[in-house]
Design a protein around this ligand. Structure first.
Ligand code: SAH
Length: 254
């Protein structure tokens, strides 16, 4: 019997943002693997095994899922958002590249999901309406000076920047340092969005400016979008402001 591995993105949190393809892959699996809170989002099904693991054990989780699939099972490995954005799909590829030959013949399907920056952007309009990039502030897997170089390059290159993994108990100062770094390149008035737990019951979205952005208002469920010099805010009485980055830059076509 030949097994399969589906690496599935569950979206930001609301059931409506789970794609039908992702729901089908989860339903069809013999076994689910994932970080505990992601597993908790999908209903228990009779006969479907659940293997929860700690957030930091990505390599070990990928290996366990690959071994199980190689034994002939239909396995789904769950990620929040999109599995290819700072998540399990790359961890699976790393293990296949360095692992046993048999894993290269496995049937692997990556099922995309709505990543956090798209969910946060949609809440306020279209801040990612023109060129943008995504940077993880976690320095667990890369040195901090690489993060700084990328922040400098992104801000000076005129990209809107989505910051993933802004802060955690083990990484308390990185977001403050990153915002300071961006202030070297961008005016204090640059529109800045803090989107926390978007799509979940405790969602909170704040529109502020780079000058006023307070790193203590973020936690590990927060994604931050820092605008470019072209990003604009439209205030609306009694409503969330609209933030957008126009599709053409002043003085030229895009
Ligand atoms: N694969 C995920 C990202 C994993 S990294 C995705 O595509 O969204 C984890 C980071 O994603 C968090 O620290 C936070 O910055 C962001 N994030 C994940 N879900 C979020 C949500 N519902 N609201 C806001 N940010 C979220």
């Amino acid at each position: 019997m030949s097994g399969s591995l589906f690496v599935v993105g569950l979206g930001p949190g609301s059931p409506g943002a789970l794609t039908p393809d992702a729901a089908a892959a989860v339903e069809a699996a013999d076994a689910l693997y994932g970080y505990g809170p992601y597993l908790a989002r999908v209903p228990e099904r009779p006969g479907q095994a659940r293997h929860a693991s700690d957030n930091r054990e990505e390599g070990a989780r990928a290996v366990a899922a690959l071994r199980h699939a190689a034994d002939g099972a239909h396995v789904a490995l769950l990620s929040g958002g999109d599995p290819g954005v700072f998540a399990m799909a790359a961890a699976v590829c790393e293990q296949i590249e360095s692992g046993v030959e048999a894993w290269r013949s496995l049937d692997i399907t990556v099922v995309p999901g709505v990543t956090a920056m798209l969910a946060v952007a949609a809440r306020v309009g279209a801040p990612l309406g023109h060129d943008f990039c995504a940077i993880s502030l976690s320095d667990n897997l890369k040195p901090w000076d690489v993060v700084e170089r990328r922040l400098d390059g992104a801000a000076s290159g005129g990209f809107v920047i989505a910051l993933y993994n802004p802060i955690s108990r083990a990484r308390p100062w990185q977001l403050g340092a990153a915002l300071e770094r961006l202030r070297r390149h961008l005016p204090a008035s640059t529109p800045t969005i803090f989107g926390r737990a978007v799509g979940r019951a405790d969602e909170n979205v704040i529109v502020t400016s780079l000058g006023a952005a307070d790193p203590t208002s973020a936690d590990m469920a927060t994604l931050i979008i820092v605008g470019s010099a072209f990003t604009r805010v439209i205030d609306r009485p009694g409503l969330m402001p609209l933030v957008y980055t126009p599709r053409s830059v002043a003085g030229g076509s895009s």
